[in-house]
Design a protein around this ligand. Structure first.
Ligand code: FAD
Ligand code: NAG
Ligand code: NAG
Length: 564
């Protein structure tokens, strides 16, 4: 009698799922040992990686950057498959632009004299939070290291260090900064802006960038202690010339046709945490312990499933009222608690194509749209321009995707990102145009005179007239409402910790559970991969990659076919 091969089913054809499939399929020692398949709910592979085209340029709807090339497996693959060069222009092909223009609401270009100290303060506070700032770093006679230490002390003295958020630490740092500089000469106010308001707006601009990096819509919900556990790869950050999808396609290319099944959305995973003594026997063998139920009513048996769906999908699944992605019996409490405590936010990208007939583009070819960084008045400020919609007010930047591109890009996080999904194209164009006219319109000459120290009003040769800018096309991502993702990436929320990320990664049934030792319970029925299961590289493509490898190796090890 022929023994049945163990059947491994991977749920999800994103970075984690395809990495696991690639590893399991290509491990020489596992050849023909398993029956392998990938079931994907969507009609395409890639998951949160989706390279597309807009206005003639290659763009990324999801993952965009390789966050540090030093040691990144994604970088290594892109290099091997020659994806880092292209004839066609691509998003951020010239890296992070250094030719940025920082402008405050009302059209006041910010001088380095006000911009630099606040930016250095913010960077130092972030470095400190991430455990990178170990020695005094000074700027303008200020010792930022000691400022940060002081800000932290104020917290821990409140006895609330366990629930310290990055947001509150940053704001405490800003307060400490103001305390330290308060004896300095009074700056003259500027139109609607005082020096202090400008500093706060610049600080908030950096916070808004941080919201998109982390997907925490509100930095007051982002855990402070976890920041120092998060690992970045060293060296520069780059985008992939031939598109992030080229890496996905490479991973999938070794798999035989039919191994990946598209349009197969799982609704319930039935498993056997207690074992089942009366399990049906087929040819004398116990039947496979896991049963997948699909949305179309079909089912599939498996010995092992690797779940790679997003944390957002898992969160919806443990919510009693949602009919989506259930486990039967339900997941043990250590899992559901980790799933609900961890943070998972919405980040969306907005692409706008500037009309090629724009005067500045054609006639004055050199006057490209600036790499615009925006310092807004607070959303509740009396001084704000009420025509600017609330969902634009926490957008840090609006920049061409490379120097001469006619495609502009803005990143949105949190409530604003969700709102963006529900707006019509016209509402978006209106909102962005209104914002641009507030920022790129030059303030009246007479108002400038008392503000020379802080802002340039007029002598701004490269200025684009906002009335020149017309948009012909809009594209925004909708990760928040897409039922296959329900958000963008995970973060460690206040009240959660790195241990919850480790809990996410634990296979079921739990190792060492009493039944398992008796041999009744089939081991490794449900394994978990995906960005939200990696303790130090969560939220990234390489975190997803590592997690896929980890779970493939767990199964290879279980079947004693570990490669050296
Ligand atoms: C806007 C945005 C920008 C980003 N920028 C970056 C960046 O610059 N750098 C970076 O490193 N990372 C970035 N990320 C994060 C990165 O994209 C993800 O961390 C990574 O792609 C996640 O891979 P994954 O395999 O864990 O999950 P996913 O890609 O989500 O794969 C899971 C798969 O499961 C499928 N699925 C869901 N439900 C079901 C179901 N019920 N049945 C069957 N299949 C199902 C989904 O369709 C999906 O294909 C970004 C993400 C977004 C959204
Ligand atoms: C992927 O990109 C295409 C645009 O090229 C878009 O139509 C599709 O909705 C995107 N998918 C997701 C999940 O964002
Ligand atoms: C155990 O197996 C029997 C026979 O296949 C099935 O009817 C029963 O529902 C199973 N029980 C559990 C808890 O899975």
């Amino acid at each position: 009698m022929m023994a049945k091969k163990p059947r491994i089913v991977i749920i999800g054809a994103g970075m984690a799922g395809l990495t696991a499939a690639n590893k399991l399929y290509t491990s020489a020692s596992s050849k023909d040992l398993f029956e392998l398949c990938v079931v994907e709910g969507g009609t395409r592979i890639g998951g949160r990686i989706n390279t597309s085209e807009f206005g003639g340029d290659r763009i990324e709807m999801g993952a965009t950057w390789i966050h540090g090339i030093g040691g990144s497996p994604i970088y290594k693959i892109s290099q091997e498959i020659h994806s880092l060069e292209s004839q066609q222009p691509w998003e951020c092909m010239d890296g992070f632009s250094t030719e940025t223009k920082s402008i405050a609401e009302g059209g006041f270009e910010l001088n380095p004299s006000i911009l630099d100290p606040v930016s250095s303060l913010f960077d130092s506070l972030m470095d400190f939070a991430q455990g990178k700032l170990n020695e005094p770093s000074t700027c303008e006679k200020l010792d930022f290291y000691n400022l940060a230490v002081k800000a932290l002390k104020i917290f821990t003295s409140n006895g609330r260090s366990g629930e310290l958020s990055l947001g509150s630490f940053l704001r405490q740092g800003l307060k400490s900064y103001w305390d330290a500089v308060k004896d300095e000469e009074e700056f003259k106010g500027y139109n609607t802006w005082s020096k202090k308001l400008l500093e706060e707006a610049i600080f908030a601009m950096h916070e808004n960038t941080q919201r998109t990096y982390t997907s925490a819509g509100d930095l007051f919900t982002l855990d402070f202690n976890a920041e120092s556990e998060y690992q970045m790869f060293p060296d520069e950050e780059i985008t992939i010339a031939k598109g992030y999808m080229s890496v996905i396609e490479h991973l999938a290319s070794v798999l035989p046709p039919g191994l990946i099944q598209l349009g197969r959305k799982v609704s319930t995973i039935e498993w056997q945490p207690e074992g089942n003594k009366s399990r049906q026997r087929e040819n004398g063998h116990a039947s496979r312990p896991v049963k997948l139920h699909f949305c179309d009513g079909s089912t599939m048996l498996a010995d092992h499933v690797i779940v790679t769906v997003s944390l957002g999908v898992l969160k919806a699944g443990i919510d009693q009222d949602s009919g989506m992605f259930k486990f039967n019996p339900p997941l043990p409490s250590f899992k559901t608690e980790a799933i609900s405590r961890l943070g998972y936010g919405v980040v969306n990208k907005l692409f706008l194509q500037v009309s090629p007939s724009n005067e500045y583009d054609v006639i004055k070819g050199s006057r490209n749209f600036p790499f615009l960084h925006m310092a807004f008045h607070r959303p509740d400020s009396q001084l704000r321009n009420e025509k600017i919609p609330w969902w634009m007010r926490r957008t840090a930047s609006l920049c061409p995707i490379y120097k001469k591109s006619s495609v502009l890009l803005s990143w949105f996080a949190g409530e604003e990102a969700l709102e963006l999904e529900s707006l019509s194209d016209e509402e978006i164009v209106d909102g962005v145009s209104t914002t641009i006219s507030s920022f790129l319109t030059q303030p009246h000459k007479k108002e400038e005179s008392n503000s020379q120290q802080l802002c340039n009003g007029n002598n701004n040769v490269n200025h684009v007239e906002s009335s020149d800018v017309k948009f012909t096309k809009v594209l925004r991502t909708k990760w928040g409402n897409d039922p296959l993702f329900l958000g963008s990436y995970s973060y460690v929320a206040v009240g959660s910790s790195g241990e919850d990320l480790d809990s996410m990664a634990k296979p079921l049934p739990e190792i060492g559970s009493s039944c398992e030792s008796t041999g009744i319970v089939p081991p490794l029925q449900i394994l978990f991969a995906g960005e939200a299961t990696h303790r130090t590289h969560y939220s990234t493509t390489h975190g997803a990659y590592f997690s896929g490898l980890r779970e493939a190796n767990r199964l290879l090890q279980h079947y004693h076919c570990v490669e050296v």
